[in-house]
Design a binder for this molecule. Structure first.
Ligand code: HEM
Length: 381
């Protein structure tokens, strides 16, 4: 996340600090991948069951104010004459929009903020999630771990640090990364797409507007393509069968970065980071788990399939659930109080009406009496 934030907006990742970008972005990501009832049943959307939409809207406002602040800082810096160096992506976007203008339905600021946030969203935790899975897989599969370290010993040795020029020789490490991307693709549902017109696929009518998610998890574990599909076997990418299979979107049996025009624009930097960080860790550390216990491979719910058993993850999830339950309770209480108040109002109204009716009846009785009296007087006359 640090690399992405620095590249996009010149910001550092500051977990635990006051200006907490990473926590906010993580929470945003959690909700981006969350299923809300209104997605499947739009007519129930207004109910906002569980209150997720409300939380998402609040979060979106917080994120927008964070990016607006970044943009203001960038513009101020430029206003003070500091335009000599374009330090990050936001600076480049400001320059491009100032030079060429933008034609479209949105204003310049919205376009800059949305483009930057798309990059942050795409790159924030995907690479770190992938590294976590790759390391966990290696810890649960000691033979591939040993082979990857032996390869590093052979081609790099222990006297210097591995660097990017070594990567071309680390073919086993490349196979490890591919196998991790096959088994645990970080964004396994890709970006959602929507049908722009009605169409028919394999005899099924798909109406315009339908959302499409591609389930890479299933695709990457298809037993018709992969032998022992759920096993971690990097060697499969060294065998003639799958040696040529690439991850960049041209071989549809393995598309961890998606495919087509909407495929991941961060593929190159992500692969570079995955290889160099993994190689550095394997070269410098002996990896093991407490008492040799296997790593729990349960995945979490969300747009990125984070490990559900990262330190503190479950506590945070429980806290979130508790907060959601409390919010729901508050909501119900408020609803009940409102209903109670309305009932009391209704009762008061009915009382008033009864009083009014009683008064009218009394007045009518009074009139009747008056009338009778007058009639009596008339008769006496
Ligand atoms: C291992 C790391 C990564 C994985 C597995 C990954 C995977 C993906 C996938 C599957 C998609 C959707 C593609 C589709 O639906 O066809 C995507 C989109 C995207 N990714 Fe990545 N990504 C990674 C790293 C990065 C990085 C480092 C960046 C930015 C520097 C990035 C930026 C984006 C953006 C902006 C999109 C949205 C593209 C669009 O909607 O047009 N990704 N990524």
């Amino acid at each position: 996340m640090n690399i992405v934030l620095r590249t996009v907006a010149g910001k550092r990742c500051t977990t635990g600090a006051v200006d907490n970008h990473s926590e906010l972005i993580k929470e945003w990501f959690h909700y981006l991948g969350r299923f809300v009832v209104g997605d499947a049943f739009p007519f129930l959307g207004w109910l906002d069951l569980g209150g997720h939409q409300k939380t998402m809207k609040e979060l979106a406002l917080e994120l927008d104010s964070m990016v607006t602040k970044w943009l203001d800082e960038h513009r101020k810096k430029r206003a003070h004459g500091d335009t000599t160096t374009e330090t990050d992506f936001m600076d480049v976007m400001i320059s491009v929009t100032e030079a060429n203008g933008l034609v479209g339905d949105y204003d310049t600021d919205t376009i800059i903020k949305a483009t930057c946030m798309t990059l942050v969203a795409g790159g924030a935790d995907t690479t770190s999630v992938m590294l976590t899975w790759a390391l966990s897989l290696l810890l649960n599969n000691r033979d591939p771990l040993r082979k990857a370290q032996e390869e590093l010993d052979t081609h790099v040795g222990k006297d210097r640090q591995v660097n990017e020029s070594d990567l071309i020789n680390l073919v086993y490490l490349e196979a490890v990364v591919k196998e991790a991307l096959r088994l645990y693709p970080a964004a396994f549902l890709g970006s959602p797409r929507a049908f722009s017109e009605d169409c028919t696929i394999a005899g099924y009518h798909v109406p315009k507007g339908t959302w499409l998610f591609i389930n890479m998890w299933k695709l990457h574990r298809d037993p018709n393509i992969w032998s022992d599909p759920c096993e971690f076997r990097p060697e499969r990418f060294l065998n003639p069968n799958h040696k040529e299979v690439d991850v960049k979107g041209t071989d549809f049996e393995l598309i961890p970065f998606g495919a087509g025009r909407k495929s991941c624009p961060g593929t190159r930097i992500a692969l570079q980071m995955l290889h160099i960080v993994l190689a550095t860790l394997l070269q410098n550390f002996e990896m093991s788990t407490p008492n040799g216990a296997p790593v729990d491979m349960t995945a979490s719910v969300g747009l990125t399939n984070d490990k559900a058993t990262l330190p503190g993850y479950q506590e945070k999830e429980k806290e979130k659930e508790k907060k959601e339950e409390e919010e729901e309770e508050q909501k119900q209480k408020k609803k009940q109080q409102k209903e109670q108040k309305e009932k009391e109002k209704e009762k008061e109204k009915q009382k008033q009406q009864q009083k009014q009716q009683q008064k009218q009846q009394e007045q009518e009785l009074e009139k009747e009496k008056e009338k009778e009296k007058e009639q009596q007087k008339e008769k006496e006359k």
